[in-house]
Unconditional design. Structure first.
Length: 83
């Protein structure tokens, strides 16, 4: 099971408070855009927040080689994202 991520966790990782809020907000927006009806369920929300965080990290570093060739399966959204 995937753990949830909140603003305070992101701040502890070194992100500013504003950036942490933006990452959380973008994760919630992704849920709405992809029309996930049960977006309040913790496991679905955590998966999208993690995806949002990983996308943000990849954009900041301009490379995603540190993530390796992992595939994140978002089963509730029936989407496979390769990072």
């Amino acid at each position: 099971m995937i753990a949830t991520v909140n603003k305070n966790d992101l701040v502890a990782l070194g992100f500013s408070e504003g950036t942490s809020k933006r990452i959380i907000r973008q994760g919630k927006e992704l849920l709405i855009e992809r029309e996930v009806s049960e977006f309040t369920k913790t496991n679905v929300l955590a998966q999208f927040l993690l995806l949002s965080l990983l996308n943000y990290l990849a954009l900041m570093s301009r490379t995603a080689h540190f993530l390796g060739d992992k595939i994140w399966r978002l089963e509730k959204a029936k989407t496979v994202v390769r990072l």
